[in-house]
Design a protein around this ligand. Structure first.
Ligand code: HEC
Length: 118
């Protein structure tokens, strides 16, 4: 075997090892993700201007001031941001929509259990 061939084989093997390492990482991430901290940030950035006791609507009909207040409303929060909307549960936030990735985060949290520890 000449030197060029040896280098060729060596780089093929290194590429295969690194590709394998990458795919292992991405498949193990979802099980360990805790979504609530992200959900809390999304809610404070997009909802608290109205849904807090000091907000524009004094928290009516719901206030998301505390972790437990957010968790208690998990299912209706998911419906409000992702639909299906009805005359009882309207699209939130009122005059805009969350980004697709924020909606995905909220859905993933509620699907996991919608608790502060999820
Ligand atoms: C501009 C003020 C405003 C913002 C921002 C806002 N809301 Fe609302 N929200 C309201 C009002 C007003 C109602 C009552 C709507 C009605 O019944 O006509 C409401 C109602 C709700 C309800 C009760 C069910 C429904 O959909 O009517 C939920 C749940 C809710 N909002 C969640 C959220 C979430 C989650 C966010 C942030 C992603 C958010 N809201 C952002 C004003 C707001």
């Amino acid at each position: 075997m000449n030197t060029k061939k040896v280098i060729g084989w060596a780089s093929t093997i290194i590429t295969m090892i690194s590709l394998n390492a990458c795919s292992k990482n991405s498949s193990s991430t979802p099980a360990t993700t805790t979504y609530f901290p992200k959900v809390k940030t999304i809610v404070s950035n997009n909802c608290l201007s109205c849904h807090s006791s000091s907000g524009a609507w004094s928290g009516r009909p719901t206030a998301f001031d505390s972790d437990s207040a957010i968790a208690v409303s998990a299912t209706v929060i998911k419906t409000a941001v992702a639909g299906p909307w009805t005359f009882l549960v309207k699209q939130m936030p009122q005059e805009s929509s969350l980004s697709a990735s924020d909606i995905t985060t909220i859905e993933a949290w509620v699907n996991k259990g919608g608790k502060i520890t999820d």
